[in-house]
Design a protein around this ligand. Structure first.
Ligand code: NAD
Ligand code: ZN
Ligand code: ZN
Length: 346
């Protein structure tokens, strides 16, 4: 048996519970968890009212995982016991067109899709069962306790930036709204993928803005009408080529719609359940609005390469499993500087 930090029911605090250590079946792999990141999406899941229909069953949280290969199920190949690995989170069928090109986050067989830590058991426990070695990426010399957030905070930001990279040449501007776990990665990724773009970070917290500046933001603005004016001034009235909203609440989406330029991208990553009206009056002409989910397997390989080269680095705070509830409490209060990572073997 082992302790696991579990979602119990809607709007109830998550709890540490005793569960069996999973046994890997055919093709599966058991991971000894080094680190499991605490993502704001978990707070959305824990805090949301129950959905109509059958209640969600308890499951272990943690969808941002890295560790070491502990045990290979019959027929599972490609890795050896003890290999340090990061786990690609969204698990598709593996056989549809999107899965075959590594886009398992957009599997075309929804009945077959799963993500450990988002409805089924995740990594906030000493051991984590992964359905196939195709979801593992070798970490090389990176420490799994620090690398875990690469699989979501970095991958999601990387995907959201990369799809807009053609807009971000010299003289361009990218606005990052919400400089928390994802936002800090987005800023570093923008800096390295598009050295010449001007990066503007927007947040409600001056502490987060100071971190954003240290990570490469050119300008850091408190979320307000004054921020809209400043962004317009900085872009000669045009607005920004890319506006990444990593909050997704009505006030931030409203700001995003006002500062995205003609032919720009307004990209909604935050699950703040706001909405942006799209019609002929706004956002700007031919500005595309999209809501990407997570990222592709090849992109995770690229993200790991960036981290191995020392070009991106998550600001991590470690918490043993016994302090997981405290980590989420601090995240809720906005008091985690970068990413809280649960380390069950510490
Ligand atoms: P976080 O708590 O680490 O960071 C959120 C940041 O937003 C904080 O710095 C906070 O101060 C700031 N903020 C809050 N309200 C704001 C406002 N009105 N204006 C400006 N800034 C504000 O959260 P995170 O883990 O980085 O996650 C960010 C969002 O992205 C969450 O909604 C999460 O659910 C979502 N998410 C989406 C995906 C996806 O695939 N689309 C993946 C991961 C996370
Ligand atoms: Zn997440
Ligand atoms: Zn598929």
């Amino acid at each position: 048996m082992m302790k696991a930090f579990q979602f119990i029911a809607a709007q109830k605090p998550a709890e540490l519970r005793e569960v069996p250590v999973p046994e890997p079946g055919a093709g599966q792999v058991l991971i000894k968890i080094g680190g499991a990141g605490a993502c704001h999406s978990d707070l959305h899941i824990l805090e949301a009212p129950p959905k109509p229909g059958p209640a969600r069953k308890p499951f272990t949280l943690g969808h941002e995982n890295a560790g070491w290969v502990e045990k290979l199920g019959p027929g599972a190949t490609g890795f050896s016991i003890g290999d340090p690995v990061i786990v690609y989170g969204p698990w598709g069928c593996g056989l549809c067109m999107n899965c075959r090109v590594g886009r398992e986050n957009y599997c075309q067989n929804p009945g077959d899709t799963k993500a450990g830590g988002l409805g089924s058991d995740g990594g906030m426990a000493p051991y984590f069962l992964v359905p196939s070695t195709r979801f593992l990426i070798p970490l090389g010399t990176l420490d799994p306790r620090d690398a875990a957030p690469l699989s979501d905070a970095a991958l999601t930001s990387y995907h959201a930036v990369k799809r807009s990279l053609h807009l971000l040449g010299p003289g361009s501007t990218a606005v990052v709204i919400g400089a928390g776990g994802l936002g800090q990665m987005a800023i570093q990724i923008l800096r390295v993928l598009s050295g010449a773009t001007t990066i503007i970070a927007v947040d409600t917290s001056s502490d987060k803005l100071a971190i954003a500046k240290s990570m490469g933001a050119d300008e850091a603005l408190i979320s307000s009408d004054a921020a809209v004016t400043r962004i317009k001034d900085m872009t000669r009235g045009q607005g920004a080529e890319l506006v990444l909203d990593l909050v997704g609440a009505n006030p931030t989406l409203d700001m995003a719609a006002r500062v995205a330029r003609v032919l720009g991208h307004l990209t909604i990553v935050g699950l703040g359940s706001g909405a942006v009206p799209v019609n002929f009056r706004g956002p700007a002409m031919e500005c595309s609005v999209s809501s990407p989910y997570w990222g592709y397997i090849p992109e995770l390989i690229e993200v790991v390469s960036l981290a191995q080269a020392g070009k991106i680095k998550m600001l991590v705070e470690h918490f043993p499993l016994e302090r997981a509830a405290e980590a989420y409490h601090l995240l809720h209060e906005g008091k985690i500087n970068g990413r809280a990572v649960i380390t069950p073997h510490d």
